[in-house]
Design a binder for this molecule. Structure first.
Ligand code: HEC
Ligand code: HEC
Length: 312
């Protein structure tokens, strides 16, 4: 058994027949079913979840960029300036907490409320409009059918909780373990050297199959207006600490860092105190072996073309 599969088993993940079929466990109160994930996929691409109908989850989370986007930060529906960079969503099912700075958000179901209802910053602008979301979705016969299929126990009730559960179920299908790095040591000698450097200098934080310890660190030694973990914990020592990002598909999720202030991988590495300039080319070559083309192009994660047998 190779190292990768063993690590997954240790992480409590079901492995049946190799990396491609790795699926995350879903919580007992929101088991993933095909009907629920398909509903979540449609909702993920539906701008009716935003106040003026212009913004879907996918507006900021674009599949071909690993579900990040190409901007430093992405303003919300009212044009309120955002303060943080959009993270990718590969393998989010396995994360211990969500967002760059808040360890209290521990489930994908809870995270959905941040963009939809959040006020600092406003993203989709639906605070106080939960009933409106249900009203909009209920108007559509196909949605009524999809909710009934996904949530037989509640008789297909359409409310914010069901929307969040369906979105979370879809996000749990965003599994990316088919990068060149997952198929063994890189062939390119520069990337091989990068892998060695990575094990020496990076795995203390970018560890495990998703290259993150899920913990919070201040890697630049600098504190800006966004204090990160310090804002939540109110501990001085936590100022400037952000959760170690996963490096899955990192070559396509530029720009980098919690505020999108590093335009390239080279810049992102230079920002880490202690990284040597001469090591950067090899490290970057290694990071490029973490791009999973199959994931970026998998039609099951893209804009759905049809629902209930009809074109959307
Ligand atoms: C306006 C752009 C925008 C929209 C729309 C948006 N997001 Fe995000 N998303 C972000 C940003 C920015 C963050 C990081 C926020 C932070 O760290 O404070 C984020 C974080 C996340 C995370 C946490 C990822 C991690 O690494 O912890 C998930 C999951 C997520 N979004 C899912 C969604 C879903 C589902 C929707 C639709 C309901 C959505 N997002 C809509 C910008 C957006
Ligand atoms: C002390 C823990 C730690 C170490 C060691 C570390 N990193 Fe990081 N890394 C982080 C954190 C935390 C961030 C996010 C910082 C922020 O946004 O302010 C980050 C960000 C990054 C990013 C940007 C990713 C993104 O999506 O924005 C890359 C690329 C990266 N690290 C690669 C590396 C490499 C390569 C090494 C080894 C040379 C390394 N890191 C060493 C913790 C660490």
């Amino acid at each position: 058994m190779n190292y990768f599969v063993r690590a997954l088993l240790l992480a409590g993940v079901l492995v049946a027949g190799g990396a491609r079929s790795v699926q995350p466990l879903s919580p007992a109160d929101n088991l993933t079913t095909p009907a629920k994930a398909e509903l979540g996929r449609r909702l993920f691409y539906d701008a009716d979840l935003s106040i003026d109908g212009t913004m879907a989850c996918a507006t900021c989370h674009e599949q071909h960029r690993g579900f990040a986007d190409g901007n430093s930060t992405h303003p919300g529906v009212h044009g309120d300036p955002a303060r943080r960079n959009v993270p990718g969503l590969a393998n989010v099912a396995w994360f211990k907490s969500y967002t760059w700075g808040d360890p209290r958000i521990r489930t994908l179901e809870a995270q959905v409320l941040v963009p939809v209802l959040g006020e600092s910053p406003v993203e989709m602008g639906m605070k106080g409009q939960e009933v409106e979301i249900a009203r909009r979705l209920s108007r559509d016969e196909c949605y009524r059918h999809m909710f009934a299929e996904a949530f037989p126990k509640t008789g297909g009730r359409i409310d914010m909780a069901a929307v969040a559960q369906a979105l979370a179920a879809f996000e749990r299908t965003l599994v990316s373990y088919d990068a060149p790095q997952d198929r063994g040591a890189p062939r390119d000698p520069v990337a091989q050297q990068g892998a060695v450097l990575f094990r020496r200098d990076c795995v203390s934080c970018h560890t495990g199959v998703n290259f993150t310890d899920g913990r919070f660190h201040n890697v630049t030694g600098w504190v800006s207006r966004d204090r990160g973990l310090g804002e939540v914990s109110e501990r001085f020592a936590d100022n400037g600490a952000f959760r170690t990002p996963s490096l899955r598909n990192v070559a396509v999720t530029e720009p980098y860092f919690h505020d999108g202030s590093a335009p390239s991988l080279e810049d992102a590495l230079r920002r880490h105190a202690g990284v040597q300039e001469r090591d950067i080319p090899a490290l970057v070559a290694f990071l490029k072996t973490l791009t999973d083309e199959a994931f970026l192009n998998d039609r099951r994660f893209g804009l759905p073309g049809e629902a209930c047998g009809k074109r959307l």
